[in-house]
Structure formats: structure tokens, C-alpha cells
Design a protein around this ligand. Structure first.
Ligand code: MG
Length: 446
């Protein structure tokens, strides 16, 4: 059982738990296992520079060489690691508030490190088994700028001329995060008319909270309406998630933009394998069915989806929170290519974004949660399983009960003492009914 690592790396309050000493010891434990040349990058948090120096020292002390890629999105580090290096560490707390920071550790394919490696790293950490090298074997550190290459690689993967001819008006909100030196330049190089807000990197995140929720994107929504833009685009703190706003100023849920890009990817490639999680909308499966695609459903989590895409050589994948994975480019959620793809869809279809969203299969969903002590979680799951034997049940992640009207998934959180309950149906009433049923089932067995 892992004690330090969560679903993707380590995340703690900076300089109380995540001190330079802690970061350095973890990095040295990682470097002991991985060896070779390790790329590091960071988001603009006030603590990132401090943590990055500690990580560098830890890696050098076990004989690794370190390439500092500067401030850039997590997917740009993942791209660089897959192409050039033996491993990578991104210093970021993703969408969490500014006082947090964290480490996302990558394997040589640029995917988050697997569980067994994290267990070994924890063993080295807790037992001080870092293999420090003699003074003459200490690694060397240097800087490299990968941002221009990352931007060019994104642009190569879309029909740039078509986008340039479409005169698309974009409002971009990087949330003062890691995309400030990438997405604005991608959008401009694609010939769009761009208005930026929160596109100067600032670790205090003065403009908005780094999580791209509807509440946090009210300024973006206002500017889209005021400027008559075709699309608003926002990222989270480390720029692996992409959320959009349509030309009417309406927040577009992540499963809708996922479905839109999925459709385009399947059309362009004449089919392919799509990977998403059991908690994602049936719209993804409907679109796959209509467009010669095949669908694989995994447990919830971007790393699980990324690994499955690698394993099956999939075409495209993602989650309902605005995380889109293009495995041909990066084995992880990418913001640069997600943005470029959305622009390409607008340029190709010549339709307003709201129309494109309306044309997608319609489903209604409900997302709820309820407190449940950790030691009760398995009892609750078993109780629900016993209670629902007459239904089709999927236990890939928690208990997903599939009925003629839709589905409800009841899933224990891996990090908090809560149960999550998501439902989806063709009507709002049915979605509510299913969510009520799911919540009642949880309550019955707590
Ligand atoms: Mg993130």
C-alpha cells in the first residue's frame, strides 16, 4: 500500500510537508531506480523554483544527469521525455490552489510511473536506500528549451492552412499557469484572432483558481460574450486539461468536447480504438459505433487511460474533465493539441461551436458524493452488489449498474472518505431517479 503517492505523483502543501528535503529525498529515490538523463519542468507556482532545485540536487546526487526544461505544460515534459530522455519529473500541483505543490514522476515513455515502481521508490525513501555516488560520479545539469519544438509538433498535426483561412476569434484563459508560453503562441501561429486573459504566468494565480470549472471561468465567459468570439479556451494549472466555452458564452462540459474531438479523430482516421473510463458518457460509445470505432472502458484515472492506449495502440482517449489524450503525440492529457484540434473542427465544419455540441448524442447526468468511512467502503460495495443481482453490473471501477433507462456508477474515492455516485440517462428525470437510487443504496449499507 502506497503512503506517499496518489493517483499521479505526490501532492502536498509546499514547504510544510513538501519541503526541499522531502523533494530531494524522493527525487534521489526515483533517480536510484531510473538512472540516466532526467528531464524536469515546472508550473509557475511560487514554490516551484525551490522544489525544482531540490529535485535537481537529489537526482545529481545519485548520478543522474538533469535537463531543466523550464516552465512549461506537463504534456510538453511528457513529449520531451518520450522522445529524448530516460525519465522526467514535473513540479506541479495541477489544478490545486497555490499553496500546494507536487511531483509528477514519469517513466521513459512519458507516462506517470506505475504502481510497482512507486512502491520501490517509497521503500528506498523510507529506508534511506538512495544510492549516492562518489564525488567524481555526480551528474551534470543543463538547460534546454523544448517549447518551440513542442509548438511546431502540435501545429504539424492539424490542417494549419485551413485553420488560418477560417479567421477564428479565440479568447484564451491560461489561468496564469503553465500554458502561458505555449497555447497563446499555438493559437497565434494558427492565424486566429486572439484575446488573452490570465496569460501571464503567476504562481499566486491572481486571476482565478487554477481548476477550470464553470464557477472559476466566469471572466472568460464574459469576455467571450463581449468580444463576440467563436470559442473560449481554458486550461488548468499545469495545462493538461482543456475546457471550452461556446460562442454564446455557454460552458461546454468536458465529455462534450471529448465527444467532438473523438468524432473528428475517427473520421480523419477512418476508425480506431477509443479508450475512456466507465464513468464517461455513453455518447462516447455512440459516436464510436457510428464512426467505425471500437471502445474500451477502464477504471477512472488519466494514467489508466494512457497506459491502455499504449497497450492496445489506441487512436484517442480521455476523460469527462477536459483531459484529451492523443497517444501518437503524448501518452497523457495534452492541452496544446487539444486546443489545435478544437480550432480545426471549427475551421472544417464551419459551424458554430454551440451547433456542433447540439448535434452530439444527448444525455443527462448527475454527479453526487457522500461521506463514507474508509473501513466501510468494501462492505458498502458488497451490499450493493448483493442487492442488484437482477441488473447488468460492471465492476471495472466500483459498481456500475446498467438499466434500460441509463446507468448509475457508485465508486469509492481512493484518496478521501467519500463515495461518488454518477448517473446518466436520456432524460433529466431518469438521471435524477438513478442518482437518487444510487445514493439510497449507499446509505442503506453505510
Ligand atoms: Mg492538471
Amino acid at each position: 500500500m502506497k503512503q506517499l503517492f496518489g493517483t499521479f505523483g505526490v501532492r502536498r502543501v509546499a514547504n510544510t510537508v513538501l519541503t526541499p528535503e522531502f523533494a530531494s529525498k524522493i527525487a534521489a529515490a526515483y533517480g536510484t531506480k531510473v538512472q540516466g538523463t532526467i528531464a524536469i519542468g515546472s508550473d509557475p507556482r511560487t514554490s516551484s523554483e525551490m522544489i525544482k532545485h531540490a529535485v535537481t540536487a537529489g537526482l545529481l546526487s545519485v548520478g543522474c544527469d538533469v535537463v531543466d526544461l523550464g516552465m512549461l505544460p506537463t504534456p510538453a515534459v511528457q513529449y520531451a521525455v518520450r522522445k529524448y530522455y530516460d525519465g522526467g519529473i514535473m513540479v506541479t500541483a495541477s489544478h490545486n490552489p497555490p499553496k500546494y505543490n507536487g511531483l509528477k514522476l514519469l517513466d521513459s515513455d512519458g507516462i506517470g510511473t506505475p504502481d510497482d515502481l512507486e512502491e520501490e521508490i517509497e521503500d528506498i525513501y523510507f529506508n534511506d536506500k538512495q544510492e549516492r555516488v562518489s564525488w567524481d560520479k555526480i551528474g551534470t545539469a543543463y538547460k534546454r528549451d523544448i517549447i518551440d519544438e513542442y509548438i511546431e509538433e502540435v501545429i504539424k498535426r492539424v490542417d494549419a492552412d485551413k485553420i488560418r483561412q477560417a479567421n477564428i476569434k479565440v479568447v484564451l484563459d491560461c489561468g496564469s499557469g503553465a500554458a502561458c508560453d505555449t497555447t497563446p503562441y499555438i493559437v497565434r501561429k494558427l492565424g486566429c484572432e486572439i484575446t488573452t486573459i490570465n496569460c501571464q504566468a503567476d504562481g499566486a494565480f491572481p486571476g482565478r483558481n487554477p481548476e477550470p470549472t464553470e464557477d472559476n471561468l466566469q471572466d472568460l465567459i464574459s469576455v467571450v460574450k463581449a468580444t463576440g468570439a467563436d470559442i473560449g479556451i481554458a486550461h488548468d494549472g499545469d495545462a493538461d486539461r482543456t475546457i471550452c466555452i461556446d460562442e454564446k458564452g455557454q460552458f461546454v462540459y468536458g465529455d462534450k468536447s471529448f465527444a467532438l474531438v473523438e468524432k473528428s479523430m475517427l473520421e480523419k482516421n477512418n476508425g480506431g480504438t477509443i479508450v475512456t473510463t466507465v464513468a464517461t458518457s455513453n455518447a462516447i460509445a455512440d459516436i464510436a459505433l457510428e464512426n467505425n470505432g471500437e471502445i474500451i472502458l477502464t477504471k477512472v484515472g488519466d494514467l489508466v487511460v494512457a497506459r491502455k492506449l499504449q497497450e492496445v495502440d489506441g487512436l484517442f482517449g480521455g476523460e469527462e474533465n477536459g483531459g484529451l489524450i492523443f497517444p501518437d503525440f503524448v501518452y497523457g492529457r495534452d492541452s496544446g493539441l487539444a486546443t489545435a484540434m478544437l480550432l480545426e473542427i471549427l475551421a472544417t465544419t464551419k459551424k458554430p461551436l454551440s451547433t456542433l455540441i447540439e448535434e452530439l448524442p444527448t444525455y443527462y447526468s448527475q454527479k453526487r458524493k457522500i461521506e463514507c468511512p474508509d473501513d466501510k467502503k468494501s462492505e458498502v460495495a458488497q451490499g450493493i452488489l448483493d442487492e442488484t443481482t437482477e441488473y447488468e453490473v460492471d465492476t471495472t471501477d466500483g459498481v456500475k449498474i446498467i438499466t434500460d433507462d441509463g446507468w448509475v456508477i457508485i465508486r469509492p474515492s481512493g484518496t478521501e472518505p467519500i463515495y461518488r455516485c454518477f448517473s446518466e440517462a436520456k432524460t433529466e428525470e431518469k438521471a435524477t431517479e438513478l442518482a437518487d437510487w444510487g445514493m439510497n443504496l449507499i446509505n442503506k449499507f453505510i
